[in-house]
Write a protein of this length. Sequence first.
Length: 97
Amino acid sequence: MRILLPILCLLLPIAAQAAADPKLGKPLHDKQCVACHVKLLGGDGSGMYTRKPRLINTAKALGQRVAACSSQTNAGWFPEDEALVAAWLNQTYYKFK
Ligand code: HEC
């Protein structure tokens, strides 16, 4: 036990860093968000993010929208989860700098 704790403390920050990969946002998004967008727009629902004009026009607004939607849907996401989903949406559809 005495040896385990320092090892954990070393590994945790590494795990947190790995979690910043935007691809990890996709499964979260697919679980909580996509069904409703598909119901509204058909296809794979991605039309919500590619329609013109789009509601969201900055990376900041995207982050806020994801946070608002996740609390509305009681997704139970942590801020890190919201950041992952916003990063994945940005990388895949919005492409804000
Ligand atoms: C119950 C249905 C529903 C669910 C669940 C839902 N959305 Fe949406 N979403 C909508 C609707 C409706 C709009 C369009 C709103 C408008 O046009 O004013 C929208 C729009 C959006 C937009 C803006 C699209 C644009 O124009 O740029 C984003 C981003 C978004 N949703 C993200 C999410 C995320 C992330 C989740 C999951 C946490 C989620 N949504 C869950 C219904 C839903």
